[in-house]
Write a protein that binds this ligand. Structure first.
Ligand SMILES: [Zn+2]
Ligand SMILES: [Zn+2]
Length: 252
């Protein structure tokens, strides 16, 4: 009698909870499908817009973007339809910012539910970015002077093959050592070629080394005379390479 009651209890329990459990699992499955499809669509939108932004330099209009996006979304996702590219704006200005690109899409994700029913979810994705159009949209390469100024980095001197300190130009350690310079006609007229390393056969434009405050010769890198030579480098780069400021000059 007692066991019969228990059996009846379990049957009742299963009759209530099993359908709830099945509905739960199905719901979870549909949610996963819905979100993965939406994610896929959003990726396609970002990918297309990213390509457009990368190719914006010198491209004044993008007449095929919307069509291409709509086509891609429908082709890549079987259960997506009613795709419509919306709010597309190419290289527009807003306040100080130029070269902006906005794109978006509306679409429907169709899910087939049990008992041959369907349900459509209306979705929307938007993206905004800046096209690559160069500095202030001037569309011409940055000049050398501008590039020089742009860095604004402070220049210091290091001994690339000796020590781990960076120095100011006027540091006593630097003053007595060779400096790296680019071989040009002025260098040849100002300095004599070292008799030891004979750098006079070197082509113009290569690095040679001289002692601006001592000696009258310029040298090759391999010359014994210049073993400890200095080069100019940005302070930030020197620090990134593990150099620390000189104790004597403070690094400048
Ligand atoms: Zn120093
Ligand atoms: Zn030499």
């Amino acid at each position: 009698m007692v066991s019969n009651t228990k059996k009846g209890y379990f049957t009742l329990e299963a009759a209530i909870f099993l359908p709830i459990f099945i509905i739960g699992v199905l719901t979870l499955g549909y949610c996963v499908k819905l979100y993965s499809t939406a994610d896929h669509a959003a990726f396609a939108l970002l990918d297309e817009t990213g390509h457009l932004a990368a190719e914006a330099y010198g491209t004044k209009a993008a007449p095929f973007f919307c069509g291409k996006l709509e086509q891609r979304l429908e082709q890549e996702n079987k259960n997506v339809d009613q795709v419509k590219a919306t709010g597309f704006r190419y290289l527009y200005q807003e306040g100080e910012r130029t070269g902006l690109i906005s794109a978006g899409c509306e679409y429907r994700i169709r899910l087939s539910l049990p008992l041959d029913t369907h349900y459509g979810f209306e979705m929307e994705s938007r993206v905004r970015c800046r096209g690559f159009i160069g500095k202030r949209g001037q569309r011409n390469p940055m000049g050398f002077d501008e590039m020089e100024k742009n860095g604004e980095g402070k220049l210091v001197r290091i001994f690339p093959s000796w020590g781990k300190r960076f120095h100011s130009e006027t540091c006593v350690y630097v003053k007595t050592h060779a400096k790296q310079i680019v071989l040009a006609s002025q260098v040849k007229s100002r300095y004599k070629a070292c008799e030891l390393c004979e750098p006079n056969n070197l082509p113009m434009g290569v690095y040679v080394y001289c002692f601006p405050n001592a000696g009258e010769a310029y040298h090759r890198e391999s010359c014994k005379m210049i073993e400890k030579y200095t080069i100019e480098i940005e302070k930030e780069d020197a620090e990134a390479k593990g150099y620390r400021a000189c104790g004597k000059c403070g690094g400048g």
